[in-house]
Design a protein around this ligand. Structure first.
Ligand SMILES: Nc1ncnc2c1ncn2[C@@H]1O[C@H](COP(=O)(O)OP(=O)(O)OP(=O)(O)O)[C@@H](O)[C@H]1O
Length: 267
């Protein structure tokens, strides 16, 4: 099967510094692909280019076989390529269900004319959006916080709402950026289980930057390792953990170093 996402020989420079250097990688449809690497490896810069937040200096990025480099995030969003984002400050005073209903494409205001043209009233449209939001809440089992203000949620609950927002449109691929950071283990388990269900039951493809090797081990196959702006290895987590060059890139030759967060951590 053709990859859903293909990065071909992509470079990004900042002034005289090359953050991403001639990277090529693929993300297969229907999988959960991990992207790992030491701090400063270029992972976020690569994600920013895939998600339309940053243009490559050179190279191509293909989504479903079509070039997308240089397109804006909202254009990619319309095609089903989504990145989770922290709930914006101005949305923290809205409830969880209202946050879901505000997702672009689901907003009655934005689609007012379209709704009229199709002969639907705005009221009917809003009912549909609310029903979808309720479905998402049921799927993710977050009904107990549906009417809570987003600003009052814990860090992990906010991550679940970020994931929920991607379900308000028909996502084909979702980019997840360090979803485990600052989330307690119980909630992280919920989030991981939901990612697995979205992948299995709804056909979402995920592309995941993560420092938490337990989460990578649970979710991701394959795992792509970046170091110093380049893709250095792709394989299963076990293969990668057995690769001396990867261990060297993480620990500078000291595999016993920071084993709680590094590639050598137990999976
Ligand atoms: N806007 C920018 N201007 C200048 N340099 C940048 C810019 N963005 C990133 N860099 C540099 O590019 C390199 C790669 O950064 P990037 O954030 O992509 O790494 P990363 O692998 O995501 O790291 P981390 O795991 O710490 O988030 C770093 O040296 C960083 O300082």
């Amino acid at each position: 099967m053709a990859p859903i996402l293909e990065v071909r020989d992509v470079t990004r420079r900042f002034g005289g510094f090359t953050a991403v250097n001639r990277c090529s990688l693929t993300v297969e449809q229907g999988g959960i692909t991990g992207l790992i690497g030491p701090n400063g490896a270029g992972k976020s810069t690569l994600f920013n280019m895939v998600a339309g937040n940053l243009a490559p200096s050179s190279g191509q990025i293909l989504f479903e076989g079509r070039e997308i480099q240089g397109l804006k995030p909202h254009q990619l969003f319309d095609r089903g390529l989504l990145r989770t984002f922290q709930i914006a400050h101005e949305f923290s005073h809205l409830s969880v269900i209202e946050n879901l209903m505000m997702v672009p494409g689901g907003q009655p205001g934005e689609n007012l004319l379209e709704a009229w043209f199709r002969g639907r009233t705005v009221r009917e449209f809003e009912v549909q959006v609310r029903e979808r939001a309720q479905d998402v809440i049921d799927f993710l089992k977050i009904g107990h916080v549906a009417h809570e203000l987003a600003g009052n949620l814990s860090g992990g609950q906010k991550k679940l709402v970020e994931l929920a927002r991607t379900m308000m449109v028909d996502a084909k691929i979702v980019l997840l950026d360090e979803i485990a950071a600052g989330v307690n283990r119980t909630l992280l388990n919920d989030i991981a289980a939901n990612i697995e269900r979205l992948n299995r039951e709804r056909g979402y493809t995920f592309f995941v930057i993560e420092h938490d090797m337990d989460l990578i081990g649970r979710l991701c196959d394959p795992v792509i390792v970046m170091a110093a702006g380049e893709v250095m290895r792709t394989g299963t987590l076990a293969e990668i953990q057995a690769d001396e060059a990867v261990v060297e890139a993480y620990f500078g030759g000291s595999p016993t170093g920071h084993a709680t967060t590094g590639v050598g951590a137990s999976a």
